[in-house]
Design a protein. Structure first.
Lengths: 512, 545
């Protein structure tokens, strides 16, 4: 099927995954407030009956599955030209897989949590689906306005999710903090879009690129606009120094939401960041690459150093997530084909290992917000060997250790940096990785090398069936991509082939 | 024997089996009963050792290049292949690994009493990783194995170690990782150059040898690689992790650490550092730096060892001194020096491994490692004393033991090019006697004045079985090293030829196309890149302009 966007009907086809997902979200929402679910988990002190709300989770997962099917169908579609508002290219579709995977895993690990915490399941799952739809808009956007719409759809849903546990003060605080700072950052983004429009006369990415190419853009206005956009995106990807909200929000939000934010929300921001900067602002690469270079460098350094002293595992993972954002910023700085493919691949791996790690954190904390201190992991490995080995694999993968997908992802990012000859950034990347070994291994040593403080404390760690599914998926894919990364790498590489002007460079080498 | 090996196609699968059999054994050990785990692990590792013995006959002693090569694409779009091969340098390292793993497992039967399945599984994983390091001929594959060995060792030290085990484990891990991650950037640089020069991405060792690198580039890369390997060796002043790791590690961990893990560093010098960066490797400043560091390592650690009250720590410091001889031999850049270094590597693996086992046996009997706590043990445990004395003499380098052959050749090699350095280093042999003999005397010969020491039992049958092959090897290599030297020589010459052929492009900083390893080995190394992608390479060169 060929999509010709001169006919508006074809936009419906191009947006089919988003449409399916939004419908699924509404179904979950309506099912949640109707019938026997209406009174579910009001939080009036009574235990909800077992299994309450699980159906809604499975419905949400079915919705994600249907969306994934439609997303796969879009591979058979070709588009005419690259100047439409909505892109139908490999880049978008690959990113969609990552978002859908992240959302599905987040839902799978939250079954026990929402039940124990008596959350309003219908709204909870529906908000995850809506946020995912927003991410997919961001990945698809070839127009800054669409980026903005997607970003807002995602952000507002995630603000609500952050504050979702209304009986928990920290959750409310996190939600408010995220909302206020997020709104501020959105303002920067919007102002940036306005300035770019002023400079180039368009909000369409292809048109902006053409205007810059033709020298029709007002240079100063454009640079200010680009800087504003960097601030806006820097906030969303929590790059230092725009990261202040992240640790508090990640620590305060319900744990499955934190997993979702750290993986999928960050992925969406990076995908939009990459497309806009690599395609639209390719012509002014020299003026923004320096800024992003510094952002990447200080993000890696600061986040890894602060993570060293965290003893709350959830907060440590929050800083680790900032650090991983720094690694991904290296790919944006490099802005070549290898780096773009590396970014996609890394996002995929990062989603798996991060959500996997969070799943076990949720398990260890008894599906609540207690027992998150690293001391609580003492002896955990020997008490629960399978979970212990899994968490060790996730930690090694986050640390980028050979044999895991995290290593291959890091190698790919390093290749991107190598192709752009960003040797200093590459050295910073590996040096900060050594710092990260310390805090990841710290959890491992508590798990395996310290005796448990109380004999039976780990016996209460239960993993419901859906969480087991999520864990097995994460471990299997991490090991698979760590040992046989070929297929996933080639897929990522092919996915960026049509992105901007990167495709025509020899072997991914830019002439820069 | 050769015919038998040929009839079963030994050369085709041996190297793969040596890596993957231990991994399989790991599964078996985890599956076995807790009580049986050690037996399964021991017989499995013996099987791997017996299998590796075939390499001795299957190896063509007259050929200096890679043998038993096999190349399987692994990550095609990056040009990474699962390619294995063996030459005269790695042959003995592989055999040393399989040998010492079996010995270490047998020696840990009484020492490891808790969580045995996990322990023996990690030992086998470690064996697989180390063998992988020695047979990988793809740089990224090598790196994967090189890093992979850290994980099992980290857990072995951290879980079954002594009082300060966690500190020692994390220090070991971070030190080594620090070096190797910088090497990773170096590897990426080589990948980048290969992609520019050959037109396709590749990590194959043979292909990387073809890349012309300018003098400054070689110096930078040399530094990155040398740092990684020097931490591992360890070269003074990067050695501080070693005493901690050795002292805290359980006996089998110490044995493996001393016998093979340290050798990965010096092996890296020979396999990658010298052939890949020949110009930097023979730069006078570089050579002098390495030699001086080696000599400082030899002399300084000998003195530090002499004042250690803890016998295990003393032996740990002697490791640094011994490895100093290896580095000295290698950077003498003579055939004798490198061969001597290789023999020291083998000899140190055997003798220091044996010393750690003996100290472990003493610890099992007396639960102390402080030298002053012993005395006169020779009277109550004559076999133990005999084994200890022979091992200590081999460690010192007494003529007639393996230590002598290695140190003598290394010093001779160094004397050919740097006489003064060699003379100073020779003092290290004397110092070795100075720290080792008093320890032997205090433990085994002084008065039997402590009542606890009267109860010490002599070696059991199993312990004799552990020590006998080690002692036998020390003496056999000491008297008859020729078969080993013969097998090493062509490969050592090939490395040296490559270093010497790299004309001094250093002075003016211009690059020169470095010649292939040697005439004959070049044939075996039809570059994978050039084979398939010649036209692409041309295009890339054109478009690169």
């Amino acid at each position: 099927m060929t999509l010709d966007f001169s006919r508006s009907l074809h936009y419906w086809w191009a947006l089919l995954p988003e449409i399916v997902l939004c419908i699924a979200g509404m179904v979950v929402l309506i099912a949640g407030v109707s019938g026997k679910h209406a009174g579910a988990a009001r939080g009036d002190g009574e235990d909800a009956p077992a299994g309450q709300g699980n159906e809604l989770g499975w419905i949400a997962l079915m919705g994600l599955l249907a969306t994934a099917a439609v997303n796969g169908w879009l591979y058979g579609v070709t588009e005419v030209g690259t100047d439409s508002m909505i892109a139908v290219d490999g880049f978008r579709l690959f990113a969609n897989w990552v978002f859908l995977l992240g959302a599905a895993l987040s839902i799978l690990i939250s079954f026990g949590y929402v039940y124990r915490q008596k959350l309003q399941v219908g709204e909870f799952y529906a908000l995850i689906l809506f946020a995912t739809a927003g991410m997919m808009f961001m990945a698809a956007a070839r127009d800054l306005i669409v980026v903005f719409l997607g970003l807002e759809l995602m952000s507002i849903a995630v603000y609500a999710l952050t504050a979702f546990n209304r009986r928990d003060r920290k959750s409310a605080e996190a939600g408010l903090k995220y909302f206020l700072l997020g709104a501020f950052a959105t303002g920067f983004l919007l102002y940036g879009i306005a300035l770019v429009y002023g400079a180039t006369g368009s909000t369409n990415i292809a048109a902006i690129a053409q205007a810059i190419e033709a020298g029709a853009a007002s240079e100063r206005l454009l640079v200010v606009g680009v800087a504003m956009l960097i601030v806006g995106f820097g906030f969303k990807v929590s790059a230092v120094p725009f990261h202040m909200w992240t640790p508090d929000v990640y620590e305060g939000a319900p744990a499955p939401v934190t997993a979702f934010m750290a993986a999928a929300v960050k992925a969406a921001a990076f995908v939009a960041f990459l497309r806009i900067f690599v395609v639209a602002f390719e012509g002014v690469h020299d003026s923004w690459a320096g800024i992003v270079w510094w952002l990447a460098a200080i993000t890696m350094i600061v986040a890894n150093l602060i993570a060293l002293v965290q003893s709350n595992v959830k907060r440590m993972l929050a800083y680790s997530s900032i650090a991983h954002g720094g690694y991904l910023l290296v790919a944006i700085t490099a802005a070549n084909q290898t780096a773009a493919a590396g970014l996609l691949f890394y996002l995929l791996i990062y989603t798996l290992m991060n959500i996997g790690a969070f799943a076990i954190v949720i398990g260890v904390s008894y599906h609540s917000e207690q027992r998150q201190h690293v001391e609580d992991y003492a002896g955990f490995g020997w008490a629960q060997p399978v979970l212990g080995v899994f968490l060790t694999i996730f930690l090694l993968s986050l640390a980028g250790f050979p044999g895991t997908g995290g290593f291959m992802g890091k190698i790919y990012l390093l290749q991107g940096a190598a192709d752009a000859e960003l040797w200093t950034l590459a050295v910073i990347l590996v040096l900060t990785t050594i710092a990260s070994y310390w805090y990841y291994l710290r959890v491992a040593w508590f798990m395996w090398m310290r005796p448990a403080t109380a004999e039976a404390e780990h016996a209460g760690v239960v993993t419901p069936f859906p969480m087991q599914i999520a864990l097995v998926i994460c471990v299997a894919l991490i090991m698979y991509t760590g040992l046989f990364p070929g297929a996933a790498l080639d897929f990522a590489r092919e996915s960026v082939a049509g992105l901007g002007n990167l495709g025509d460079t020899m072997l991914g080498m830019t002439g820069r | 024997m050769t015919a038998l090996l040929e009839s079963i196609g030994y050369a085709n699968w041996a190297l793969h089996a040596l890596i993957w059999l231990p991994v399989l054994g790991m599964g078996l050990v985890l599956w076995a009963e807790e009580e049986q785990a050690k037996t399964v692990a021991f017989w499995w590792s013996m099987g791997v050792f017996v299998l590796s013995l075939g390499l001795w006959w299957a190896f063509d002693a007259g050929y200096g290049g890679m043998q038993m090569e096999s190349v399987t694409p692994w990550i095609e779009s990056w040009g990474v292949s699962y390619s294995l091969g063996i030459d005269g340098i790695s042959l003995f390292m592989v055999m040393l690994t399989t040998f010492s793993t079996s010995i270490a497992i047998l020696g840990s039967f009484n020492y490891i009493k808790t969580r045995q399945r996990a322990f023996y599984a990690l030992m086998l994983l470690l064996e697989a990783g180390v063998i992988g390091v020695f047979v990988a001929t793809d740089l990224l594959l090598f790196y994967v194995f090189f890093e992979l060995t850290l994980v099992p060792m980290y857990f072995i030290v951290g879980i079954w170690g002594g009082e300060r085990r966690i500190y020692a484990a994390i220090k070991f891990f971070l030190y080594t990782a620090f070096g190797s991650l910088l090497m990773l950037v170096g590897i990426m640089y080589l990948y980048f150059k290969a992609k520019t020069f050959l037109g396709v991405p590749t990590f194959a060792w043979a292909d990387l040898l073809q890349i012309p690198l300018t003098g400054p580039e070689q110096l930078w890369l040399f530094s990155a690689f040398a740092l990684a390997f020097s931490v591992k060796v360890p070269v003074f002043p990067l050695h501080t992790w070693l005493p901690d790791a050795h002292v805290e590690a359980p006996t089998p961990g110490s044995v493996i650490l001393a016998a093979v893990l340290l050798k990965m560093g010096t092996y890296g010098f020979l396999r990658f550092l010298l052939p890949l960066f020949p110009v930097a490797a023979q730069h006078p400043t570089v050579v002098m730096t390495m030699l001086v560091l080696a000599v400082i390592g030899i002399i300084y650690t000998a003195w530090v060892a002499a004042v250690q009250p803890d016998a295990k720590k003393l032996v740990a410091y002697t490791s640094v001194a011994h490895m100093g001889f290896v580095v000295l031999g290698i950077f003498a850049l003579t055939v004798n020096g490198i061969q001597g270094g290789l023999i020291v590597m083998i000899s140190h693996g055997i003798s220091t491994g044996a010393l750690f086992l003996l100290l472990g046996m003493l610890y099992e009997r007396r639960h102390t490692r402080v030298i002053e706590d012993f005395g006169g043990l020779g009277r109550v445990a004559p076999l133990l004393a005999t084994a200890f004395v022979i091992t200590a003499l081999a460690s010192i380098g007494l003529p007639g033991t393996s230590g002598f052959v290695g140190e003598f050749l290394a010093l001779m090699g160094a004397f050919e090019t740097h006489p003064i350095i060699a003379i100073i280093a020779t003092l290290g042999v004397i110092f070795a006697a100075y720290y080792m003999l008093p320890m032997v005397q205090k433990i085994f010969f002084n008065k039997l004045d402590k009542p606890e020491n009267r109860e010490v039992k002599d070696l059991s049958g199993r312990e004799v079985a552990v020590l006998a092959p080690l002692v036998a090897l020390m003496i056999v290599i000491g008297w008859h090293p020729t078969p080993i030297l013969d097998r090493m020589e062509p490969s050592v010459r090939a490395v040296l030829e490559r270093v010497e052929n790299a004309s001094t492009g250093m002075a003016d900083g211009t690059s020169d196309p470095v010649p292939a390893l040697s005439e004959e080995s070049a044939e075996g190394f039809e570059p994978a890149a050039a084979r398939s992608q010649e036209s692409d390479a041309d295009q890339a060169l054109v478009s690169g302009e």
